[in-house]
Design a protein around this ligand. Structure first.
Ligand code: SF4
Ligand code: SF4
Length: 391
């Protein structure tokens, strides 16, 4: 399908892509009532579903707003898989070359370089500076570094903290080679299924060739994609769950008192609502001496979305239309000086909001793993494991 695709053909393609899910919707509007975007933007999910049912023109103005947070899916009385529907409708446009301008650089980088950050794949492991081993079949865990942690200068600190913690716990682990690429989660959500499949096939080759059985992921988006869209029988564990287990087993013992800092926690949508991991990150935080833990009003199943999912990380948003700004304000209202989370997308969105709100002196954004590392007082520059090269 191309830009010149006749309207009727396009309408039919949308109705076909929506399939049975479109027929189930009886337009109650519960989805729009629960969607976090409703109070701050014109995006209206009920209207999107209605327009899709009728194959109406103009749908493209209303279909890129969803950040796939899953609020509405959990409340829809008809069990409509709204995110699958959004993805299917987007795919009609995406596969027809009709992506919004702000998504084109991201998709282009995925296609040309295999990651969304325009990073040189050969430099994917440069953050490790040759100090950590590559994964081989005799190791217990593949420590999968998300592209955002590998290439984004802020999130690279989470990659380093993760490596230091795994070494401190004495685990047998290794990094993927530079032959792997992005898990493809955002691509899948913006509807580019062909490119997603290409990246997936490449990663599966690495997993299969290296007999990967257990994988650690710091990104809930990688967690969701590897467990639900890759179709392989390996164990994938989110870093926060592993850290909570290691603390319980006595393999990591937070000792250093962090001095009574007030910390609140943001549940990432893809860790919480999508994968029901709510307790583990809180257990890690509460095991750290000198943390005064405080919940925000909206937490766990009710947690706000940061706006970074569903391709949102790559889309321009006007001031006043950013969920991450609202979440920072909620965190500040608790009196917390640290907003902890467990997702590289959330970290990126919140760091951006802290800057635009001029709140750098009031609140810091940290991954749970970074706080745990502070409490262990390990020197990140001196890894505990045998020194091996990464390439
Ligand atoms: S909540 Fe479900 S049934 Fe109601 S309008 Fe939304 S998609 Fe349709
Ligand atoms: S998944 Fe979240 S952002 Fe998308 S329509 Fe539903 S509530 Fe809104």
């Amino acid at each position: 399908m191309s830009i010149a695709t006749p309207f009727l053909e396009m309408s039919q393609a949308i109705v076909d892509a929506g399939g049975e899910a479109l027929k189930k919707c009886y337009q109650c509007g519960t989805c729009t009532g629960t969607c976090p975007w409703t109070p701050i933007t014109h995006f209206n999910i009920r209207m999107l579903v209605r327009m899709s049912q009728l194959g109406l023109e103009g749908i493209e103005d209303n279909m890129w707003g969803c950040s796939t947070c899953k609020f509405c899916v959990d409340r829809c009385p008809r069990g409509v898989e709204i995110i699958d529907l959004v993805r299917a409708i987007r795919s009609v446009y995406s596969m027809g070359g009709m992506l919004p301008q702000s998504l084109r650089a991201f998709v282009g980088s995925m296609s040309a370089r295999g990651n969304p950050w325009s990073g040189d794949q050969e430099k994917r492991n440069d953050w490790a500076k040759g100090k950590y081993p590559l994964y081989t079949a005799d190791k217990e865990y593949l420590n999968w570094t998300c592209c955002t942690s590998a290439f984004d200068p802020r999130n690279v600190h989470v990659a380093k903290a993760t490596a230091a913690l795994l070494d401190a716990a004495g685990l047998s682990w290794g990094l993927p080679s530079t032959a792997v690429n992005c898990c493809g989660e955002s691509l899948s959500k913006v509807g580019d299924s062909e490119l997603f499949e290409r990246l997936k096939t490449n990663n599966l080759q690495f997993f299969d060739n290296n007999e990967v059985k257990k994988m650690i992921v710091a990104s809930p988006h990688c967690l969701d994609t590897f467990t639900k869209q890759y179709g392989r029988d390996y164990k994938v564990i989110h870093l926060s769950e592993l850290l909570a287990d290691l603390i319980k087993a006595g393999k990591l013992t937070p000792k250093k008192d962090l001095g009574g800092i007030k910390v609140t926690y943001h549940d990432p949508c893809y860790l919480g609502r999508h994968n029901q991991v709510y307790d583990a990150p809180r257990e890690v935080l509460q095991a750290i001496p000198g943390i005064d833990f405080i919940e925000m009003g909206r937490n766990r199943e009710q947690s706000m979305c940061c706006g970074g999912g569903g391709g949102g990380l790559w889309m321009e948003k006007m001031k006043g239309e950013r969920l991450s700004d609202l979440r920072i304000e909620e965190a500040l209202a608790t009196g917390a000086t640290v907003l902890a989370t467990a997702c590289p997308y959330c970290i990126t969105m919140f760091e951006d909001s802290v800057r635009t709100l001029n709140a750098e002196d009031k609140i810091k954004i940290k991954d749970v793993a970074e706080l745990l590392l502070e409490s262990l007082d390990i020197n990140v520059a001196e890894p505990v494991a045998d020194v091996c090269t990464t390439s």
